[in-house]
Design a protein. Structure first.
Length: 243
């Protein structure tokens, strides 16, 4: 993990999504729906739902939209049901790619994902062909604006709460946890007065793949093409971007 900044990739993704706020709201809505459907509509008893709500609010999603999707999931409103699907494959230069989607139409989603890979020199693989190259981890970002944070103090706080690793890079602290300890670390740091810039349970590559300039451009085009699909929620890959 050390030496690579996942935060840089997240910033690029956020900048792209900010230009597509309607699609961003749709993705949040689906995440909230699935979380509430699986483990109930009470954020106090459902950490996954609480995280999904926090992310939606960070993107200024209205509370009424959030409540409506919770109610749909718990049976209090009629509405479309969503299914979670994972696709695995390879991008240009052999970059490992995992795509998580939430959809009410599997054929449409499969067609969009397959087309994105095909048009950008990638190919889809079988289930299990790529996912073994990633570890499931909790991931938390705290940005040190104006060097206002005491690094030693924050590190101690995070470790005491259950953090496994902390990477300082690009003006940010990237904190890694087990999935089980994720919410406890988030809550502990928030109560300690730290502002969480980003947090999620995600897939972290075990190794990274550095590409030649042409292949890297094709890989970034693949990511952008996948992000165009309203059904695609998350894209995980092991590309190490050159800049």
């Amino acid at each position: 993990m050390a030496g690579h900044s996942k935060w840089k990739n997240i910033q690029r993704r956020k900048n792209a999504q900010d230009a597509k706020r309607g699609k961003t709201f749709m993705r949040h809505a689906k995440e909230i729906y699935i979380a509430a459907k699986q483990d109930g509509g009470d954020p106090g008893m459902n950490p996954t739902l609480r995280t999904a709500i926090d992310k939606a609010k960070a993107d200024n999603m209205p509370n009424e939209n959030i409540e409506r999707n919770i109610n749909k999931a718990t049976g209090n409103l009629n509405g479309a049901g969503y299914e979670e699907i994972t696709y695995e494959g390879y991008g240009p230069g052999g970059v490992a790619v995992v795509v998580n989607a939430l959809t009410d139409n599997k054929n449409r989603t499969a067609s969009e994902v397959r087309s994105a890979f095909k048009k950008n020199d990638g190919n889809l693989g079988e289930n299990g062909s790529v996912l073994f190259m990633f570890d499931r981890k909790g991931y938390i970002v705290i940005v040190n604006e104006g060097d206002a944070i005491d690094e030693d103090e924050m590190t101690l706080e995070a470790i005491e709460a259950g953090a496994e690793d902390i990477v300082t890079q690009d003006g940010a602290y990237e904190i890694y946890t087990t999935p089980e300890a994720f919410q406890e670390v988030v809550d502990h740091l928030t109560k300690g007065g730290y502002t969480i810039e980003d947090s999620e349970v995600t897939f972290i590559p075990q190794t990274y793949n550095r590409l030649a300039e042409d292949d890297e451009e094709k890989m970034l085009n693949l990511i952008e093409a996948l992000e165009e699909s309203e059904d695609v929620q998350d894209i995980y890959h092991n590309l190490e971007e050159s800049s």
